[in-house]
Design a protein around this ligand. Sequence first.
Ligand code: ZN
Length: 294
Amino acid sequence: MPELPEVETIRAALDPELAGATVIEAWGHPSAKFAQAPAAIGRRFVSVGRRGKYLLADLSSPPDPHGAQRRTPHTELGPPADSQLVVHLGMTGVLSLRPSRTPGTSHMPPEGDHVRAWWALDDRRTLVFSDVRRFGRLAVVAHGDYSGLPTLAALGPEPFDPMFSPSLLRAGVNATSRTIKTALLSQRIVAGLGNIYVDESLWRARIDPRRRTGLGRHRAEALHGAIVDVLAEAVDEGGTTLRDYRMLDGSSGEHQHRLEVYGRAGLPCLRCGSTLRSAVVDARTTVWCGSCQR
Ligand SMILES: [Zn+2]
């Protein structure tokens, strides 16, 4: 499942590619998760941002059919972004940019690859959203209005935001009686972590993922540093490709070669040499070292 580093890698690649392109045709699978894709028709991509595991593409308003734009003084900033295309890749979602099939004429839906939505652009390319297992979703919303997307609306701070501090992390973890793994997966204490990077962060901070008791100040500082470092390293390497995740150009991330604990159950701990354990913690397969994580 794409987590923050994978979504950030896609965002950074999409932003320069989409900026300035206008959606001229679009299609979404009729299920509620994808049906809003055509609401972006006539709108121009301004920039592509991210919150947690959500891509947030700012769209400018369509030109006024009555010529109101000509009365508005031209500014270098262009028209204000007034809506957003929100995309969550779910477990198996992939975004790709492909040459439009019939340049200059009507765009036909791209075939195959479990296509759930597409947006044909005025530069003869088509943004395609494929999703094998259909846990992904998209929406076109008024800018910043996430009332229909409660998970996005309730996200905790971004891990690279200075607002995300050791004391905030400690307060969030200590306010719940659930395991620390579940608390970190909730997205409410900090946004963007999933199964891989929670296990990696807890291993690096020497914290048992099943822990239900609160963290002291020093352990909270260690966990805060581990989360920020683990995510930053994974972003630098283009994310982790285990199965479906690909970068925009179709290539794999590189961070799967650097994972210290995820996927290594039964192998020696890289810190103390003990055999790494694996168990299901709150429905997620979890790997940790029983000797040096407490
Ligand atoms: Zn160990």
